[in-house]
Design a protein around this ligand. Structure first.
Ligand SMILES: [Zn+2]
Length: 373
């Protein structure tokens, strides 16, 4: 009958358009000696693969066009890859998605032609940026061990010199408090094996951009700027920690950033003259990475601090502090409390109270880096 022929014809037409030239016959994942991850897909024929990334959460997508999954299309995860999924975004594409960790990764991929006993292989290698490098292939007995690099913490005592910062109800200067706190925190950090660099170790003035520059020259892994706030209302109190954001989390945060940023305007520096040397997408990637990492550290600080001292509500806040604008160093700004509050002023002037704060700050550094490894 004519209509049967017609349907069959359409069927074959449709079948033809969903042509699977290739099959993924298997896949596997393993951790490399450099602590990276290698993903391999076995293919019966050469395939065209599109690799791209998606954010929130961070994922890597591999689209194999004209390809279907064979029998063995599962594998267990390895190293920093915590999840893998397969799917079909359209009828003739096989998609593999890897869940990425929230730090920056490099990635390279290539196709390997068949050798005796193997198929075509699609290989994807990922490594931590700045992570341990693969050591040249040598007999394992002579392979040099990778020596863990000491993490470098840059502590930035706010204000200094002709810029006193806030002045407390008892007449004490913010610049002196931040310097004391920085020196005390330095001792604790060094005891835990960190290298510590202070942006200033005496009472002098540094422009905000100069502080960022010092952090870069020191090759810092983490930047912590120390401050204490002041408010018209004497009842305002509590600690808060800030990370960068173009839009402040509230009016008060915006006003605070303006106050803290003002020292440069007051003391003769033009904020607009600074432009990063590299104006390309790498800066954006680094920025995003540093912003994410800053938030992770800030949340650790909140976790540690709330065991010790009084925090403000929503203690992790966001605002456009100039000093936090490093594109590639995770940076936070700590407002230790209110110098305008008589009780808090009294506490902040006590070494024992500052030690509590410093210990929490250092514990947060520890758990932050532990989560990275
Ligand atoms: Zn300040």
């Amino acid at each position: 009958m004519y209509w049967i022929k017609r349907v069959l014809f359409l069927f074959f037409l449709l079948w033809g358009s969903i042509s699977f030239a290739q099959t993924i016959e298997g896949m596997r994942m393993s951790q490399t000696p450099s602590e990276g991850v290698r993903f391999v897909a076995d293919l019966d024929q050469k395939a065209e693969v599109k690799v791209f990334r998606l954010n929130n959460p961070s994922r890597l997508v591999m689209d194999f066009s004209g390809t279907r999954f064979g029998q063995k299309n599962t594998t267990s995860t390895a190293g920093f890859i915590k999840g893998i999924r397969t799917g079909k975004p359209n009828t003739n594409t096989a998609r593999i998605v890897l869940d990425l960790p929230n730090y920056e990764l490099t990635e390279k991929h290539f196709l390997l032609a068949p050798q005796t006993g193997t198929n075509w292989r699609f290989v994807l290698d990922m490594d931590k940026v700045g992570g341990t490098k693969t050591v040249a292939t040598q007999p394992s007995t002579t392979t040099p061990k990778t020596v863990a690099k000491k993490k470098i913490i840059v502590l930035d005592p706010g204000h200094g010199g002709q810029d006193p910062g806030a002045i407390s109800v008892s007449g004490k200067y913010e610049k002196d408090l931040t310097l004391k706190m920085a020196k005390e925190t330095k001792v604790l950090l060094e005891k835990r094996g960190y290298k510590v660099v202070l942006t200033r170790d005496k009472d002098f003035y540094i422009p905000l951009r100069g502080r960022i520059k010092k952090a870069h020259e020191a090759n810092g892994d983490l930047f912590i700027s120390l401050h204490a706030d002041s408010a018209k209302s004497r009842s305002a109190q509590g600690l808060s920690i800030y990370t960068i954001s173009e839009t402040a989390s509230d009016k008060e945060a915006a006003a605070l950033a303006e106050r803290e940023n003002k020292s440069d305007i007051l003391f003769g520096m033009d904020l607009s003259d600074y432009q990063p040397e590299v104006g390309n997408i790498l800066i954006d990637i680094a920025k995003k990475y540093a912003m994410d990492q800053s938030s992770i550290y800030a949340d650790e600080v909140v976790t540690q601090m709330k065991k010790e001292v009084k925090l403000r509500q929503n203690a992790h806040r966001f605002a456009g502090f100039v000093v936090l604008k490093s594109p590639n160093i995770p940076s936070v700004l700590l407002e230790m409390g209110y110098l305008s509050n008589p009780q808090e002023d009294k506490l902040l002037q006590k070494e024992s109270y500052r030690k509590k704060l410093a210990t929490a700050l250092v514990n947060a550094v520890d758990s932050y880096f532990k989560k990275q490894s």
